[in-house]
Design a protein around this ligand. Structure first.
Ligand SMILES: NC(=O)c1ccc[n+]([C@@H]2O[C@H](COP(=O)([O-])OP(=O)(O)OC[C@H]3O[C@@H](n4cnc5c(N)ncnc54)[C@H](OP(=O)(O)O)[C@@H]3O)[C@@H](O)[C@H]2O)c1
Length: 318
């Protein structure tokens, strides 16, 4: 089959021949119709994270063409994989496939696994979001941010506040955010203080990291949760007074989905699929697609993300 690997990405024709994956017991082979770009792909491709010359890509949508499990051949699915998605075929454990409703295109389907699973886990498993609470979602116009906004609004009766650059606040609102703070011209701490009548938010979904850490704690309600899932704005907090955590009785937690156990990923996928299937079918959950590239143009697609041009996800058609 053809695939794009870490080393072939920069070549004039990045499609290289690699063996079609085997299909172990309890697994399926998916003929990939689309995949989507993630920051990890960029980190792998630029060598920021060490990885062998693996096939890039974390998520696919497509059609099951071989099955060693109860999943039927011909079933339309999406799936989260740890590498291997920028390819014509991918093999996935059957308990990790998300059935794709007929109404969801393959392009949109490819945008579901990473962003929505991450957002679902962060909001509900780690962040314990409850009805009538307020959640602050940083990077609200990105893949995870747009998914988190939709999931929070669809599954709970909550107020959603996003942050984004000025050009993307309207997109955040159109995606369902109740308030969209423009972090370039507004101080999100002051805005949250005003929106919440000095109460602060109950949950913060953050992938900016160090540069927001103190301000996040300042914007948090007592007993609130901060879920850290990325460090786009730095990893090291130089000086921090631990007293803030005690005073706020804050729960600061974080997670990386990729290294989680197979059992965890399967449990998350199963619960997510059960809770959201009808919402996707009805269009109440509707992945935001920023643009689509053909697989050989994967490098240009990555540059698009690197330059922060995307609102929502970037699709690669296979
Ligand atoms: N831990 C996990 O399991 C997990 C899983 C999936 C993703 N992630 C991480 O989550 C993050 C978001 O992923 P994504 O797919 O949503 O990426 P994305 O689509 O690129 O969205 C991220 C958005 O954040 C904003 N941003 C970037 N740098 C910023 C900064 N320094 N300060 C403020 N805003 C900034 C940008 O929008 P603006 O133009 O508005 O600034 C950007 O579009 C990445 O770090 C990714 O690695 C973690």
């Amino acid at each position: 089959m053809k695939a794009v690997t870490i080393h072939s990405l920069g070549q004039a024709n990045p499609l290289v021949d690699v063996p079609t994956p085997a299909v172990p017991a309890d697994s399926v082979l998916i003929k990939v119709h689309a995949t989507a770009v993630n920051n990890v792909d960029l980190a792998w491709a630029t060598g920021k994270r060490k990885k062998d010359d693996t096939i890039l890509g974390l998520e696919v949508s497509g059609e099951v063409v071989e099955s060693n499990s109860a999943v039927k051949v011909g079933q339309r699915v999406a799936a989260f994989v740890v590498g291997g998605a920028y390819a014509e075929f991918v093999s996935v454990p059957a308990n990790r496939v998300i059935p794709l409703p007929e109404t969801v295109s393959y392009s949109k389907g490819a945008c579901i696994p990473v962003s929505y699973l991450t957002a679902y886990q962060s909001l509900f498993w780690l962040g314990q979001l409850q009805d009538h609470q307020t959640v602050l979602i940083h990077g609200g116009a990105g893949g995870v941010g747009s998914a988190a906004t939709q999931l929070a609004k669809a599954l709970k009766d909550v107020t959603v506040i996003t942050t984004s650059s000025a050009a993307k606040t309207q997109a955040c609102k159109e995606n369902g955010a109740d308030y969209a703070i423009d972090y370039e011209h507004q101080d999100f701490e002051a805005e949250v203080d005003q929106i919440t009548d000095h109460q602060g938010v109950d949950l913060i979904i953050d992938f900016i990291g160090a540069s927001y850490f103190q301000r996040n704690l300042n914007a948090l309600h007592t007993d609130g949760h901060i879920v850290i899932i990325g460090t786009l704005g730095g990893e090291i907090v130089d000086q921090f007074n631990l007293r803030y955590i005690m005073v706020k009785r804050a729960t600061v937690t974080g997670s990386m989905l990729m290294p989680r156990s197979e059992e965890y990923k399967a449990k998350l996928t199963t619960e997510f699929a059960q809770k959201t299937a009808q919402l996707f079918a009805d269009g109440k959950l509707d992945p935001v697609v920023s643009g689509a590239f053909d697989l050989p143009d994967a490098l240009a697609a990555q540059k698009f993300m690197h330059d922060k041009q995307n609102v929502g996800k970037i699709v690669l058609k296979v």
